[in-house]
Design a protein around this ligand. Structure first.
Ligand code: NAD
Ligand code: ZN
Ligand code: ZN
Length: 346
């Protein structure tokens, strides 16, 4: 067994290095990774070296969206077998705090999340990982789809936080990877009228392909005015912000129906944003937010296996492991074209 990892060695610098195959603990499995998705956060670390308070210090392995095959079992692992294909949920939590104990483990302050400094990511051949964070993929799910469970889980958590249900009307602001997985999730949760807003025609075309009811190009039309026209001034049941821009965050107050819900997913570069709270008061609307996801992996895998969610349409580009540096370069220089690039770990 030989293990190689792609290290980020500085801003926009990457190199492949030989590393030891990790030793597994009793409760861990050794996973031979097969696919790793490139996330906006990986690209951000590579270009800028930090996200908020998380600062890359020294050489660092990126990647947190992954799936592979189990090749070794820890002595206490009973639920998984060698040869199982699994998707890895990247956030390992303490299990002891108030949030872990109440099931909201995504809020655990002591989470160790792949590719979030100081914890290395998974752009490597082999990883040792807790068995209870490895979710078995049925035979009809590929490990490529398995790697997409991570972003899908964000979209499903957004739909769940918005309490999206049968017959709901939804506006999704932003048609990047997260906007598109949110679209897939809202459809699966029963929304029957979904409008997706973006400024890039290519991304809006993907939204139509993946089942949006309609799209609005915010460069050509004012999204709020257009939705007012469509809903006769009533607004929609659920507004989900995935663009991460102050413009779209502000729009949520105007787009939501009386009694509706606003879900904030996108992370704006600004901490403080002007917002019309008077609108929200009069509408008795709920504002909620999303931090990653919790208790979603089994549901997401089931939904893919049963054909209720087809996540494969999200992947627009695929690269070989040896070409990881080129892949990141391509993603950085072709942001309009790339929705989701994945690395095949050979
Ligand atoms: N809350 C969480 O747990 C969580 C998890 C993952 C990602 N995120 C955040 O979600 C956001 C989306 O992630 P992504 O990977 O899809 O990013 P992305 O950059 O690929 O997508 C954002 C999209 O928003 C569009 N956009 C920008 N300004 C707009 C405007 N004024 N009107 C309409 N559309 C506009 C862009 O054209 C782009 O297509 C990011 O801010 C990311 O940090 C949050
Ligand atoms: Zn991600
Ligand atoms: Zn905890």
């Amino acid at each position: 067994m030989k293990n190689k990892a792609v290290y980020m060695t500085g801003l926009n610098k990457m190199e492949i290095r030989d590393i030891a195959v990790p030793q597994i603990k009793d409760n861990e499995v050794l996973v031979k990774l097969e696919y790793v998705g490139i996330c906006g956060s990986d690209v951000h670390y590579l270009e800028h070296g930090s996200i908020g308070d998380f600062i890359v210090n020294g050489d660092f392995i990126l990647g947190h969206e992954c799936a592979g095959e189990i090749v070794q079992l820890g002595s206490k692992v009973t639920e998984l077998s060698i040869g199982d294909k699994v998707a890895l949920e990247p956030g390992c939590t303490c299990g002891q705090c108030e949030f872990c104990k109440t099931g909201k483990y995504n809020l655990c302050p002591d989470v160790e999340f792949l590719a979030t400094p100081p914890y290395h990511g998974c752009l490597e051949n082999y990883i040792a990982f807790p068995a209870n964070m490895c979710f078995k993929l049925p035979d009809n799910i590929t490990s490529k789809e398995g790697a997409l469970v991570e972003p899908l889980a964000v979209g499903m958590h957004a739909a769940a936080q918005g309490n999206v249900k049968l017959g709901d009307s939804v506006v999704i602001l932003g048609s990047g990877c997260i906007g598109l997985v949110t679209l897939l999730a809202c459809k699966a949760y029963g929304a029957t009228d979904i409008t997706v807003v973006d400024v890039m025609p290519k991304r809006l075309a993907y939204a139509m392909k993946l089942g949006a009811t309609r799209v609005i190009n915010a460069r050509e039309e004012d999204a709020v005015a257009k939705m007012d026209e469509i809903t006769k001034g009533k607004g929609v049941d659920v507004v989900i912000e995935t663009a991460g821009s102050k413009i779209t965050i502000k729009q949520t107050a105007y787009l939501v129906k009386r009694g509706g819900t606003i879900v904030l997913v996108g992370m704006a570069p600004e901490d403080i944003i002007e917002y019309n709270f008077a609108k929200i008061m009069a509408k008795e609307a709920t504002i909620t937010s999303v931090f990653r996801y919790r208790n979603i992996y089994p549901k997401a895998i089931n939904a893919i296996a049963k054909g209720i969610i087809d996540v494969s349409g999200i992947v627009t580009h695929e690269f070989e492991f040896e070409d990881t540096a080129k892949a990141f370069d391509f993603v950085i220089n072709n942001k309009n074209d790339v929705v989701k690039a994945v690395i095949k770990i050979g």
